[in-house]
Ligand binder design. Structure first.
Ligand code: CIR
Length: 255
């Protein structure tokens, strides 16, 4: 099996990004672009073939491709982002994904951000209440339940997306911030909690046997290392100022 990572170059307008839980701080666009190139190199190191869509100066948040689609083995669900400014981001991603999967589209009034979708085996956890509404979850379920997936809504508080609060860092291990999501949802998994002083540390990107992980969470990183989890550590400071993290800059497609 090979793995394609779909990414999109950083928009020169990233400093006009959406922000919900963070205060606006100046973003160094050139540094953000450099950090994104290093991120793409980490994806290649981890075994992915990286395909990069061109930057769009009219779409500040378009580097965060994860929110625009959710790819399953059988189908790609084209999302309908909950922030209006992000709606035009989906079409170029849909065109790229059409080469790999049949497409199903989430339609109005439903909203769904890919960052709210955490796939663990055949279980699809979906964060509800922020960018994703119940209609979005229902449409996602209609698209994937016929393929044997169990879609479970999950309450998230205090952060942007479900994957700000919990991600998979090994096939049997969820890294989670228990203040943002109830770890009981992952009762059949090993749950590793983020360090108390590092609330944003629950977002890692598992690629093969390695986790691409921000260098800004050293205490949680030590916990991961103690569990034998191998990390590729990256400085993503400028993407973090846009309320982004490491899962959100790629869509992984098994080919
Ligand atoms: C937004 O608010 O939509 C962007 N500024 C950040 C999106 C980050 N996406 C993600 O974590 N999946």
């Amino acid at each position: 099996m090979s793995l394609v990572a779909l990414t999109r170059a950083v928009s020169p307008a990233i400093d006009r990004c959406q922000l919900v839980h963070l205060e606006r701080r100046p973003i160094d666009v050139a540094l953000a672009q450099e950090q994104h190139r290093v991120y793409e190199a980490a994806l290649r190191d981890a075994g992915c073939e990286v395909r990069t869509l061109p930057a769009d100066p009219s779409l500040p948040d378009s580097v965060f491709v994860e929110d625009t689609a959710v790819v399953f083995d059988e189908v790609a669900v084209i999302a309908r982002p909950g922030a209006e400014s992000r709606l035009p981001e989906t079409e170029p991603v849909a065109r790229a994904l059409a080469a790999h999967r049949p497409l199903v589209r989430i339609t109005a009034p439903a909203t769904l951000d890919g960052g709210d979708v955490l796939l663990i085996g055949r279980t699809v956890h979906v964060g509800e209440g922020g960018r994703t509404n119940r209609a979005g979850i229902d449409q996602l379920a209609a698209a994937v339940a016929p393929h044997g997936y169990d879609v479970r809504p999950i309450a998230v508080r205090g952060c942007l997306h479900l994957k700000s609060a919990a991600t998979l860092v090994a096939p049997d291990t969820v890294l989670c911030n228990p203040r943002w999501v109830d770890p009981a949802a992952f009762a059949d998994m090993r749950v590793l909690e983020v360090a108390a002083g590092e609330p944003g540390a629950a977002n890692g990107l598992l690629v093969g046997a390695r986790v691409i992980y921000p260098s800004s969470f050293p205490v949680t990183a030590r916990r991961l290392a103690e569990r034998g989890i191998e990390m590729l550590s990256l400085n993503v400071s400028e993407l973090q100022k846009a309320e982004g993290a490491v899962t959100c800059c790629a869509i992984l497609i098994a080919c």
